[in-house]
Write a protein that binds this ligand. Structure first.
Ligand code: PMV
Length: 320
């Protein structure tokens, strides 16, 4: 059986991308910076005779997957059709970057399957065409993704590292009310704050890269919260407005502020297109931060992750 498989971890943006300069190719309008987690997705692909691609996964929509595989075919011609299976340890469509892990694993599996011999930079470009944040899941640790640039320049690259952990407070794993793809398009089209968010992004991005190089956890945490809140400000001012937060999200943010008040600058929050709250902390403070979040009873479930690795080809294939 002609099968290829790959695994990729999800990543969480500390400096957010929101909105695209090119819809078809998924080129982000502004640069972003992320941390790769240790939670991810396995993908197995298999050549089939057709007449169409098949998705043996319920979490990814077949129309979106087929559109991606046909877009890839335009750039890197291949014959026939593919069946795609996946299995994930990331909650789907709940703002936990499941599409990042899925498309990074799929791009890595495609490269193996068709022996294209792409390097990590070109794999990152291939993954980005599926989901912009997937470009970053090709790499481990901290990485950056350029924005507002051409197709060939919009790839991720690895940065220095900081010894951190992320505590993930799951408020709900329900499917999000609106996909991040539609939400960012609506935001860009209708929010008067969007332009301001984009104008600020480059400086937040450069400052956060410097904070990582200088091992300045507090500086990085402050920039992350600022970028997160600016992104949500654009959504709340879209017409009609978009809201992913739930009351428990705000209570968790208050908990993070209380942790800082009582223990110093050891915990900072971020959120994505979903109600879950992610808390960044230095690795040495992870046991305390995890305990405080867990004991608060505010989350349905609390997970933790340290820095994860980049995507890789695997030999264990998924079966029906
Ligand atoms: O990769 P997408 O198109 O699903 O969008 C992800 C958007 C955010 O998670 C909110 C921010 C980011 O940079 O990952």
């Amino acid at each position: 059986m002609n099968r290829s498989s790959a695994y990729a971890n999800a990543n969480i943006a500390l400096i957010k991308y929101w909105g695209k300069s090119d819809q078809e190719l998924n080129i982000p309008e502004a640069p972003s910076l992320s941390m790769t987690l240790e939670l991810g997705t396995k993908v197995t692909i298999e050549s089939i005779s057709g007449p169409a691609h098949q998705a043996k996964v319920n979490e990814q929509d077949l129309a979106r997957l087929s559109a991606y595989l046909e877009l890839v075919r335009k750039h890197l011609p291949y014959q026939g059709f593919l069946s795609v299976r996946s299995e994930s340890s990331v909650a789907m469509s709940a703002g936990l970057a499941s599409s990042a892990a899925f498309f990074a694993a799929l791009a890595t599996a495609l490269n193996e399957h068709f022996s294209w011999g792409l390097d990590q930079k070109n794999l990152s470009i291939l993954a980005r065409m599926g989901s912009a944040s997937a470009a970053r899941s090709i790499f481990g640790g901290f990485c950056a993704l350029e924005g507002g640039v051409s197709h060939k320049e919009a790839f991720a690259y690895e940065l220095d590292t900081l010894d951190v952990a992320m505590v993930i407070a799951i408020v709900s794993s329900d499917k999000k009310p609106i996909s991040s793809r539609s939400a960012m398009n609506m935001t860009k089209a209708t929010s008067p704050f969007y332009k301001c968010f984009i104008e600020n992004q480059r400086s937040d991005f450069e400052k956060s890269k410097a904070a990582i190089s200088n091992k300045d956890f507090k500086g990085l945490g402050e920039l992350m919260e600022h970028s997160t809140l600016k992104m949500f400000a654009t959504m709340w001012t879209a017409q009609p407005f978009i809201n992913y937060w739930q009351p428990k999200s705000l209570e968790l943010i208050q908990l993070v502020l209380d942790i800082r008040k009582n223990h110093g600058p050891i915990a900072y929050f971020t959120m994505d297109a979903g109600p879950n709250v992610k808390v960044l902390c230095p690795k040495e403070h992870h046991p305390l931060v995890f305990k405080l979040v867990n004991d608060s009873g505010l989350a349905l479930n609390v997970k933790s992750s340290f820095l994860g690795q980049g995507s890789k080809v695997i030999q264990e294939h998924l079966h029906d």
